[in-house]
Design a protein around this ligand. Sequence first.
Ligand code: CP3
Length: 345
Amino acid sequence: MELQNDLILRAARGEKTERTPVWLMRQAGRILPEYRAIRNSLSGFKELVETPGLAAEVTIQPVDILGVDAAIIFSDILVIPEAMGLQYEMIEKKGPWFEKTINSATDIEQLKVAEADDLSYTIDAIKITKERLDGRVPVIGFSGAPWTILSYMIEGSGSKTFSRARRFLYTKPVLAHKLLDKITQSTINYLFGQIEAGANMLQVFDSWAGILTTEQYKEFALKGIREICEAIKAKHPELPITVFAKGAYFVRKELGQLNCNTIGLDWNMDIAESRELVGSNKTLQGNLDPCLLYSSEETIKAETERMLREFGPQRHIANLGHGVYPDTDPGKVKFFVDTVKEFRF
Ligand code: CP3
């Protein structure tokens, strides 16, 4: 199907764009009252994720309400551990919780390598989203990066330090690699399913990248991301891939060498320095502090325009430096989106 707005795909491929495209990480859910209305009519977050028609509806809400240049499919990175055999619950105001966690070789052997069919609810949600969007904007598919997924499988919940997960890398490195390989294979299968369902681009979220040492990141985290990029590109060379490794300022050069199109920057990463390290043949995505959206429209406009100028007119996808915070005023989010869309160099 012909896309009416393919700005984000062109920006990712380094083609010329009339203006900078814009979307927000975590735009689906969290901030919109229209999302909460649907969410509150259900038993919980998982019911929404697992009901394709409703997942499609909340995926499209930010396109209708905020005017963003892409839809990101409504799901979660934690569907992969679940498809591998670890059920999670999403506890209100607390976050994810896994009853069973991984600690031994037997635990890892018992995990299955997930297939796209194990995640048919998200695959179906993409198909429905594509039909309903009817080419208005591209659909972004996503997964967690293997290291971030491993850290939830070891910890069993969120954590300030993820010290159990980091301890596992020091004390059981061979098992860590076995687990990472299984997660990587599952993720590749899942992302292929998302592409076949119609995803136009993919983003890999390495949310806990920043807590590893440089050496650990190279040894345990980059390998899986590299394998995911290579596997996707071997079959779908034109499909843009974004890698967002939050806090991984120390491996920007290595991220720039991955077989992907776009590198996400968080708000701690200097734009000019990142461009230098990542190189000129990648697109950069980001990178305003999500807290900027708590400030006045005047400040939001000034900071957004400063960012746009610093990235320059090409090879930039405007976004925040991490997901939008749940208590952000949707009006301010729309103001940010409009500021990007109205700006001309
Ligand atoms: O808009 C989108 O980006 C699409 C949907 C999406 C969700 N989670 C829905 C969600 C995406 C891309 C994610 C990714 C995700 N999930 C990440 C990586 C991105 C990041 O923020 O670093 C991570 C680490 C998770 C794990 C996760 N899911 C946590 C820690 C929590 C609880 C805290 C929170 O973020 O709200 C979730 C729950 C979750 N995932 C919600 C939503 C809309 C909120 C739960 C609810 O509505 O009841």
